[in-house]
Design a protein around this ligand. Sequence first.
Ligand SMILES: [Zn+2]
Length: 337
Amino acid sequence: MHYLWYRLAVVTILVKSRRIIQALIASAIAIIIITVMPLEAHSQYTYQSSLIQKERGSINGTGIGGVGTTFNKLVLLSFDDNLRGDFIYAKPILDKYGFKATFFIICNKTGISGTTRFLNRTNWQDIAAMQKDGMDIQSHTMNHRHLNHLSANALNFEIGGSKQCLANHGYHATTFAYPYNEGSNNATVVNVVAKYYNMARSGTEPLMFLHCNGYKKQPQKDCRTYLPDGKLTYANRYAVRSLSFDVDEIKNSFNNAAIFADFIKMVNSQSKYNSGGVINAIPLITFHDVDLATNQPYITNVGLFDQLMKYLHDNGFKVLTMANLGYDTARSTLYMQ
Ligand SMILES: [Zn+2]
């Protein structure tokens, strides 16, 4: 009798344990499904972005809804022209502060080496090392030509060919940057860009408004590319506005204190547009060469660059890449992902 009770007790415990394990498995599956579903909804975006999205909590379509966090201060960084200083000097500083950036590559100008900066570009090995550490690799044409003056074939080569060139080296370029800030107001150029890319970066403005509605001289209600009369809009997914920081350095005659003060103003200018974790405006800052030189156009001194990045780090800015920018076709707006 005693033995029977013992067996019954053992069987009961086993059954209960099985139920508990089954229940645990079921909840684990439920948790996985809940976690994966919102990521799948954005499956066209990069894995890296998904991780950032997951880390931040929910996405509300027009901005980042950071649960328990404030993501009111964002900066997007990009580097043009694959100059070697960006790999040697800028990348270690970005790494030090845990920042990522977009690097726009001129495909036919990789691996050139020489003494002047234009003869000293990153090679495919450098580019691979950057991507491995989370940097975003995108297209800046084949040869950096003035796009407004090219034949249809040449345009296709510069814009589509560079996407193919990057693909040949294992990079899936989805964003394009116009050389010399030329072409985003030219429908012929924009239509070729739109054939190959989801998005393109142009210049002129220190703030990118996610609804494209903050430019007083260029009033817009949303980010549609064309108005009903067929005219191109000023800001759209193929004219994501950015400011070349070199313009500011030249304006301030390479006075580091003045440049630093302007940088602080620039990155904080978003504060009146963003609150409660909803982002409406983001400074998108473009650098060219970060190098040892001082007082030279299109070179940002490495010491100054470190100072700028340290400011962002110490003041709680999130620094992201253009891969974090998405386009909502139904609403004709940009959003952070
Ligand atoms: Zn360029």
